[in-house]
Design a protein around this ligand. Structure first.
Ligand code: BES
Ligand code: ZN
Ligand code: ZN
Length: 473
C-alpha cells in the first residue's frame, strides 16, 4: 500500500512530480533559468505529455494535466495519467515521491487515484512479489478530508479486490463473513454473522437450497454503520451477492472458460464491504445496513435440482428450472429480510447474469429499479464521476410475466431474451421498498489490466457507492 500524506516529513524525496496545464503557471516551478527554458520549449512544441530532467541531485518530472470541472471524462484522463506516473516511479525505483500541482490543485486527487489503484497486485500466493518500491507520496495540495478519502478508497478497493481474487479453497462463505467482520472491527462498523443453524431457523429457503450441494456451510452477514450524527431516520440498505464459487450446480456450467472466473461471483458482497470501509473511515453521517448472503454453488450429494420447488424466506414458492440462476435465490432471501429494517431504499449489487455482461461488456454497470428517478439520477451522476458508469435498462412490469410458473408462485428463470431484466424482476418480487439493482457481471472481473483496473477483481461498485453515499451526507 502507498501512503499519501500532505504534511512534509523527513523522508528524502527521490522523484519530484509536477502537474500543470498553463504556461503562466510555470513561474511556480523552482528550477534554474536554463531548465525553465527547456520546460517552456517542451510545453510549446512537444507533443509528449511529460518532460523529465535532473537538476543538481533532483530528479524532476513534469506532466501536462488539466482538470475540466464539468467534464467527467477529464477526471478519467487524469486517473490514466496517474497510471503513467506510477510507471515513472517504478522506472526510477523511487520509494518516495511528491506530486505537486502548479495549477489549481484540484487535479491531484484524480491523478493520485490512478496512481494508487493501479499499484494493486494480488501476489499473496507468489514467491516473487510485485516490486513496487513506492510507499510514500507527499501531496501538499490535498486537504485533510481529501487525504482521508484517497487513503480509504485505496484501502477499500484493495480489500474488495483481495476478497474477489481469493479462490474458494481459501475463501469459503464462512471465511468471507469472518474477513469482513475483522475488517469491520478495525474500521468501526459492526458485523453480525448468522451461521447455518440460524439461517435454518429463519427458514431462508433460497440460501439453503443453493447450499445443499456444498460441504461448506452458508453464512449471512449483517453489516451496520450507525453513527450518532446520522441524518437519515430510515436506513439505507445495501445487499451484495456472495456466491463464493459458482459452478452452476447441477445445471453445470460448460467447463470451457465459463467457470474460470467464478470465484468472483461474490463481487457484489465485496463491493458492499468496501463501501462500508469508506463510509466508516470517512465517518459519513448516514445509517447504513449491509446484507450479504453467501454460499458456494455446487453439484454435491444433495444439491438442489431442476424441478425442485423451494419455499423462500418470505413464503414465496419458487420452481427451480436452472440451478445456475442461484444468485437470485440467495438474494431474494436477503431482500425479504431487508423489509424488517423499513429501509429508505435498497441497492442490490450482484454478478447476476451473463446477459448483462453480454449487453454492455466490461465498461459499465447495468442498472434498473423502481425507486424515484431522482435516486437513479444521483447514482448515474456518481457513476460518471468515478467512471463506474450506469446503463439504465427498462424495468417494465411486462417482464414479470416471463417468470410465471404453472406449479409455483414463480420460476427462477425467464425466457431466452432480456435475461438481466427478468432476473431483476425476480428480485423485485421480494421487495416492498424503493429498489435499485446493479448487475455488475461485466465489469467485476477482468482477464487483463485496463489502466488502473488491474486484472482479476476490480472492486467495481466501491467507489460508486462511496460517492453516492457521500453526496447524501
Ligand atoms: N454468476 C452467473 C452470472 C455471470 C456470468 C457472472 C458471467 C459473471 C460472468 C449467474 O449465477 C448465472 O449463472 N446466471 C445465469 C442465469 C441463467 C441460468 C438464467 C446466466 O446468466 O447465464
Ligand atoms: Zn449461476
Ligand atoms: Zn452466479
Amino acid at each position: 500500500m502507498i501512503t499519501v500524506f500532505n504534511e512534509p516529513n523527513d523522508v528524502q524525496v527521490e522523484l519530484e512530480i509536477y502537474l500543470f496545464s498553463r504556461l503562466r503557471d510555470l513561474g511556480r516551478l523552482s528550477v534554474g533559468r536554463n531548465a525553465r527554458k527547456r520546460v517552456k520549449d517542451w510545453f510549446e512544441d512537444d507533443k509528449n505529455n511529460s518532460f523529465e530532467f535532473t537538476e543538481a541531485d533532483r530528479r524532476i518530472c513534469i506532466f501536462k494535466a488539466e482538470l475540466k470541472e464539468k467534464d467527467t471524462s477529464s477526471f478519467e484522463t487524469l486517473r490514466s495519467l496517474g497510471v503513467q506516473i506510477l510507471g515513472k516511479c517504478k522506472l526510477h525505483k523511487a520509494e518516495t515521491a511528491h506530486i505537486v500541482s502548479l495549477s489549481n490543485g484540484m487535479e491531484v486527487f484524480f491523478v493520485l487515484e490512478g496512481v494508487l489503484l493501479s499499484s494493486y497486485s494480488f501476489d499473496k500466493y507468489k514467491k516473487e512479489k510485485a516490486s513496487i518500491r513506492l510507499n510514500n507520496l507527499f501531496a501538499p495540495d490535498l486537504d485533510d478530508s481529501e487525504l482521508r478519502e484517497l487513503n480509504s478508497i485505496q484501502e477499500a478497493v484493495f480489500f474488495s479486490r483481495d476478497l474477489i481474487n481469493e479462490p474458494v479453497n481459501y475463501l469459503t462463505a464462512v471465511r468471507l463473513a469472518e474477513e469482513i467482520k475483522a475488517k469491520g472491527a478495525d474500521c468501526g462498523f459492526s458485523v453480525e454473522i448468522l451461521n447455518k443453524k440460524k439461517i435454518e431457523s429463519l427458514k431462508m429457503g433460497g440460501l439453503l437450497a443453493v447450499n445443499f450441494g456444498s460441504i461448506d456451510p452458508p453464512s449471512f452477514s449483517i453489516l451496520e454503520w450507525k453513527p450518532i450524527n446520522a441524518i437519515n431516520t430510515k436506513p439505507i440498505v445495501l445487499v451484495g451477492k456472495g456466491v463464493v464459487y459458482d459452478t452452476g450446480g447441477l445445471s453445470l456450467k460448460p467447463t470451457a472458460g465459463s467457470m474460470d472466473s467464478m470465484k468472483s461471483d461474490m463481487s457484489g458482497a465485496a463491493a458492499v464491504a468496501g463501501a462500508f470501509i469508506t463510509a466508516a473511515r470517512n465517518e459519513l453521517p448516514l445509517h447504513i445496513i449491509g446484507l450479504i448472503p453467501a454460499t458456494d454453488n455446487r453439484p454435491g450429494g444433495n444439491a438442489y435440482t431442476p424441478g425442485d420447488i423451494i419455499k423462500m424466506f418470505d413464503g414465496t414458492t419458487v420452481e427451480v428450472l436452472n440451478t445456475d440462476a442461484e444468485g437470485r435465490m440467495i438474494l431474494a432471501d436477503a431482500l425479504s429480510y431487508a423489509k424488517k429494517f423499513n429501509p429508505e431504499f435498497v441497492i442490490n449489487l450482484a454478478t447476476l447474469t451473463g446477459s448483462a455482461a453480454a449487453a454492455i461488456g466490461t465498461k459499465g454497470v447495468v442498472a434498473m429499479g423502481n425507486a424515484e428517478p431522482k435516486l437513479m439520477k444521483s447514482l448515474e451522476e456518481s457513476g460518471a464521476k468515478v467512471h463506474e458508469r450506469l446503463a439504465v435498462f427498462p424495468f417494465w412490469d411486462d417482464y414479470k410475466d416471463l417468470l410465471k410458473s404453472p406449479i409455483a408462485d414463480l420460476k427462477n428463470i425467464g425466457g431466452k431474451e432480456a435475461g438481466a431484466i427478468t432476473a431483476g424482476k425476480f428480485l423485485e418480487h421480494f421487495t416492498d421498498y424503493p429498489f435499485i439493482h446493479l448487475d455488475i457481471a461485466g465489469p467485476a472481473f477482468l482477464d487483463s489490466t485496463d489502466k488502473y483496473r488491474t486484472r482479476g477483481g476490480t472492486a467495481v461498485g466501491v467507489r460508486l457507492l462511496f460517492d453516492f453515499l457521500k453526496n447524501r451526507s
